[in-house]
Write a protein that binds this ligand. Structure first.
Ligand code: PRX
Length: 631
């Protein structure tokens, strides 16, 4: 069986084998990688605890597979292209040989400040090459990286650092965001006041921004780098040692640290990349996500590098200096495979075709979409105006917890349907269930999407709280991993993801728990209580609609709205700005005190007619007030 499937027959055969004998299937795939020692057992698992162990007994280092193994054959091939924020500034390219050197230097700097195997390292940086080096350097020495997206606030960083007691932080002086420059290190400084575990902060000089350095704690990366060797041995890791933690929002509480491990994650990230995008040697692959999200982990860094690909990292934003920036970059670097989010497509679509026409998009072969449902109109625009009807558009469904793409067409191999994720990858066993957990069989059906058997990159735990992992993902339906998504399986067995069925909302592909946003809003002293729901938004997919009760209703004003937005920016970050804030005097609660979110959702959607039964409400009149004040 080949690692990369190149026909529909090969897909069918691989899928059948993966069902029949998952261990044989995955051990055959795993043979494709370099192991310092092979496994004793392929898979041990039960979803009750849950406990999942892949390739137990094996030793490896993922960076040997991402870099060292390619040196003999493609040492001088470009591994990483970095395109800066400013289109006039010089881009950078790093060959596999240069990447090995940069990662080794970073690894030695980390060692020099005391980082050891198993330590957690928080990385809070913009999209510059040193971010890639930092992630890979942690993996090189067996430290566990916890990348925090640079749009999060000091308070969010502090929560994440504390949850996994990181002793080290890697950051930059500042960053660009379109035409603006923004501080970064000072945000970290503000965070670590509340983080007793932090011992050292390594700072990369990106903007020459005036930066306070605390003696004994903070070091300039370039200074430390000039004193270390440029080679560093790869630490032997157990297959089940953690590789990284990535925080993501759930329906309750604070974001949780999803843990992925070295062996299984490697096997699946590489396999899914090769197959979904049908990557061909020497092609340029561009995933526009930020490395602060799982998409960036798996498909800017690990997946492409495991396949010896040329991967691109983009520092900028889609609309700077104008809405043609993505298409200009594709033209400039002859990008072959382009992977982005529906929100970006919808917003660029709204800017008009004139931003696309000046650029030569001939190099494109495959287009991808990720992070949220793609509506048919956006799919068609992407297919027609960017792919010129030549390029398959793969709609890839997956999650932080799954580590890699789970349901997607394989470009040019399996059939494409607009706005459908399609068929599962080999080794992935989706199942739809009803509210009682009973399997919904047959086709042309809808239900809650679960997965029945482990795949190598399934999350292993949520950091420091295994019980939370069990309750969130493995307790809703017995013996199943529950995704939190609803899905439809059409007459041909293709899946279409409908969206979250829990209290998680997806705003521009960013995931938030409604409770998390409510808790943040409630930090504002003027607020007594709030309730947050998502509503359909033309560009963002979902927008944030907040109902807020003020201590003094007379304070309801635009200035108060701004103050609440400011609170959210402080508590979570600039990505959590609500779209609509409605001041209300009460919330629709049942007699037992539960907020009837169904009603709030309907009002936010502008659907006043079908509110359903409101007679069980403590105060049915409140619904009239909320309807009258709807935004
Ligand atoms: O609701 C699904 C949606 O994004 C959620 C996962 O979010 P996150 O962990 O942040 O990972 C995003 C990138 C993998 C899912 O539960 N989602 C992701 N991809 C799709 C999607 N919804 C529809 N179609 C997709 N292709």
């Amino acid at each position: 069986m080949k690692f990369q499937l190149s026909t529909i027959e090969a897909y069918n055969e691989a899928y059948a084998l993966s069902l029949e004998n998952p261990s044989l299937f995955w051990s055959t795939i795993a043979e494709h990688y370099v192991w310092q020692k092979k496994w004793d057992t392929v898979l041990e698992w039960n979803f009750d605890e849950p406990r999942v162990e892949w390739f137990k007994g094996a030793k490896l280092n993922i960076t040997e597979n991402c870099i060292d193994r390619h040196i003999a054959e493609r040492g001088d091939q470009t591994a990483l292209i970095w395109e800066p924020n400013d289109p006039q500034a010089a881009y950078k390219k790093f060959t596999y040989r240069q990447l090995l050197r940069e990662v080794s230097i970073m690894a030695n700097v980390l060692k020099s400040i005391g980082v050891q195997k198993g330590d957690r390292v928080c990385i809070y940086m913009p999209m510059i090459p040193e971010l890639a080096f930092a992630v890979l350097a942690c993996a090189r020495i067996g430290a566990i990286h916890s990348v925090v997206f640079a749009g999060f606030s000091a308070s969010s960083i502090a929560d994440r650092i504390n949850d996994s007691s990181c002793a080290f932080v890697i950051t930059t002086d500042g960053m660009y965001r379109g035409a603006k420059q923004m501080p970064v290190k000072s945000v970290v400084d503000e965070a670590v006041v509340h983080c007793p575990s932090v011992q050292k902060i390594a700072v990369i000089n990106h903007l020459n921004w005036p930066t306070d350095m605390q003696s004994g704690r903070d070091i300039w990366y370039h200074e430390a780098a000039s004193h270390v060797a440029d080679s560093c041995p790869a630490e032997p890791m157990d297959a089940e040692d953690p590789l990284f933690i990535l925080y993501t929002s759930g329906s309750t509480g604070k974001p949780k640290g999803v843990v992925h491990t070295c062996g299984g994650y490697m096997v699946y990230a590489g396999y899914s990349f090769a197959n979904v995008f049908q990557y061909r040697d020497k092609e340029v692959f561009w995933c526009t996500a930020d490395i602060g999200w799982v998409t960036g982990h798996s498909y800017i860094l690990y997946g492409p590098l495991l396949n010896g690909a040329t991967t691109m990292m983009f520092e900028g934003i889609p609309t700077y200096p104008d809405a043609g920036r993505f298409w200009q970059v594709i033209d400039k670097h002859h990008v072959n495979v382009f992977y982005t989010a529906p929100t970006a497509i919808r917003s660029l679509m709204a800017s008009g075709i004139d931003h696309v026409l000046p650029y030569n998009l001939h190099s494109l072969r495959v287009l991808g979409s990720v992070g949220e449902p793609i509506n048919e109109e956006a799919w068609q625009w992407y297919h027609t105006h960017i792919g010129k009807e030549r390029c398959p558009v793969v709609d890839t469904w997956w999650q932080t917890e799954t580590g890699g793409i789970m349901i997607s067409a394989l470009a040019g191999i399996t059939p494409l349907k607009p706005a459908h994720a399609g068929l599962p990858l080999p080794g992935i066993q989706p199942i739809l269930v009803d509210a009682e957990g009973k399997e919904i069989v047959g086709n042309d059906v809808e239900g809650y999407l679960c997965i029945r058997h482990p795949w190598p990159s399934i999350l292993r735990t949520t950091y420091g709280d295994h019980e939370r992992c069990r309750i969130n993902y493995f307790a809703t339906y017995k013996q199943l991993y529950f995704t939190g998504d609803g899905a439809r399986r059409d007459a041909d067995g293709h899946y279409r993801i409908i969206g979250r069925v829990d209290d998680v909302i997806n705003v521009s592909g960013h995931r938030f728990g409604t409770a998390e946003i409510e808790n943040a809003i409630n930090q504002n002293k003027a607020v007594i209580e709030s309730a947050v729901v998502g509503y359909p938004h033309d560009i963002k997919g979902q927008g944030i609609y907040a109902y807020v009760i003020l201590a003094d209703h007379r304070e309801a004003s635009d200035a108060m709205r701004d103050a609440i937005i400011e609170t959210l920016v402080e508590q979570i970050g600039r990505i959590a700005k609500p779209d609509k804030i409605q001041f209300v005097s009460g919330l629709p609660k049942t007699r037992s005190g539960k907020i009837m979110r169904r009603i709030l959702r309907k009002v936010a959607e502008g659907e006043f007619q079908s509110l359903g039964d409101t007679t069980t409400l403590l105060d049915p009149l409140i619904v009239e007030e909320i309807k009258a004040g709807a935004l």
